[in-house]
Design a protein around this ligand. Structure first.
Ligand code: ATP
Ligand code: MG
Length: 400
């Protein structure tokens, strides 16, 4: 399909089924805020709702619309986006514009294409019927470009679409968006993010249901190096393309970790470490008004993710822990990671603390009694409070 967008206007379609169940005004306002956040640095825009759609209009000609489209199509809640030309309700103008529009597409190369013309006449006061318009415009195009165009109504290379509303809209591309709910509609969660494949995907999935994110990363310098931290920051930045700005909490976890290594039986180290992480994350979440923790755990994936290990970890908190990947196969998680752009960063070889301090032979089915015994010489609460004093907090965002 020829690809061109010499247009400064985007038609953004929003999920209509979702709209019925939720407060529609809030939904649209939040979505507009999120769109604005993503394209603000690219120039001046008018963004507003009209006719159940959101319209994004670039206010100057020097704006990189390709980049605008790329960013807007990442915004949750959007079903699809079409770059459109807007015309007055005048058939002569429509004919003229259609010829130019398709002429521009064909000027990109010398290939021949099959096409189809589709008209939707929402505005019933327009004097011509949709079938009549399609047939006439189709004939005009065939006559103008007999060598280059053929009609194929079943599988055309491209479809010229005409929508007649209070203006006429002309377009040929419809780019799918991620659907879901606009981030910011469903409260805030604290994402435990590591350098792995899973936790960035988990954050993405909760953001797709409208959740705003903060992220906490437990850093064990010098056992984990500056590259490991940078990797997690980079992952957070990629997730923020979709989730909006993410407040990032970098925790100096080394001293606490060494205390655990000292006091804990080796086979229980992983589960106790995870309990301490959850405890710190929960305390931080409460102080930040986040209502849940989010992790990338998937049942049975590793020794610390057996049913018993998860139960033992959960017992340390009263806050709900959301695990959107719990029933997801690793292959499917990898596929999402590739699609959202985190995969290549996730597979960089820098260890996070879990791989450095992992038990050699972890107890795979720890009971709560095992945990109690393992923590006999430890004051987890006091350790967590000490860790809370060693947090460096800063926002991470993909766009300025
Ligand atoms: P991931 O691919 O997300 O690293 P994983 O399969 O390696 O997950 P674990 O290392 O057991 O599994 O970690 C399980 C979850 O615990 C992670 O998905 C993440 O949410 C959290 N987590 C692990 N390590 C850290 C860390 N250093 N800082 C913050 N959270 C962490
Ligand atoms: Mg990991």
């Amino acid at each position: 399909m020829p690809n061109s967008n010499n247009t400064n206007l985007l038609l953004v379609r929003i999920g209509e089924i979702i709209l019925k169940g939720l407060n529609r005004g809030n939904f649209v306002r939040q979505m507009i805020r999120n769109i604005r956040f993503r394209i603000n640095d690219l120039g001046d825009f008018d963004i507003h709702e009209h006719n159940s759609r959101v319209w994004v209009r670039a206010l100057s000609d020097d704006i990189d619309m390709k980049e605008v489209i790329e960013r807007v199509t990442d915004v949750f809640g959007i079903v699809s986006v079409s770059p459109v030309q807007e015309l007055p309700l005048d058939y002569e103008e429509l004919k003229h514009a259609t010829l130019n529009y398709v002429g521009d597409l064909l000027a990109k190369n010398t290939k021949s294409y099959t096409f189809k013309l589709e008209t939707r006449r929402v505005n019933k006061s327009f004097p011509m019927g949709s079938y009549e318009i399609s047939a006439d415009l189709g004939a005009i195009l065939l006559e103008a470009y007999p060598e280059r165009l053929k009609v194929d109504v079943h599988q055309p290379d491209f479809i010229v679409q005409v929508e007649i509303r209070d203006s006429i809209y002309l377009f040929h591309r419809t780019i799918p968006g991620p659907s879901g709910l606009p981030s910011g509609m469903s409260g805030k969660g604290m994402l435990l993010i590591s350098g792995g494949i899973d936790s960035p995907v988990a954050g993405y999935m909760m953001a797709s249901r409208g959740m705003r994110l903060e992220a906490i990363y437990f850093h064990t310098f010098p056992y984990t190096g500056p590259e490991a931290l940078k990797k997690v920051e980079d992952l957070t930045r990629i997730v923020s393309r979709y989730a909006g700005s993410i407040l990032f909490h970098q925790v100096d976890f080394t001293e606490a970790m060494l205390a655990l290594v000292d006091a804990c039986p080796e086979d229980m180290l992983t589960v106790v470490m995870r309990r301490l992480m959850f405890l710190v994350a929960e305390k931080l979440a409460r102080s930040q008004n986040a209502k849940c923790l989010i992790t990338g755990e998937s049942l049975g994936q590793v020794a610390s993710q057996t049913m018993e290990a998860i139960v033992a970890t959960d017992a340390v908190t009263t806050m709900p822990v959301f695990r959107p990947l719990i029933g997801i196969d690793k292959n499917d998680t990898v596929e999402i990671a590739r699609r959202i752009g985190t995969y290549d960063t996730s597979i960089l070889p820098y260890d996070d603390c879990c791989t450095v301090f992992v038990s050699k032979h972890p107890k795979t089915h720890p009971s709560l009694l095992d945990v109690e015994i393992a923590e006999e010489e430890l004051d987890l609460e006091a350790l967590a409070d000490a860790v809370l004093d060693k947090i460096d907090t800063y926002p991470i965002k993909a766009y300025t």
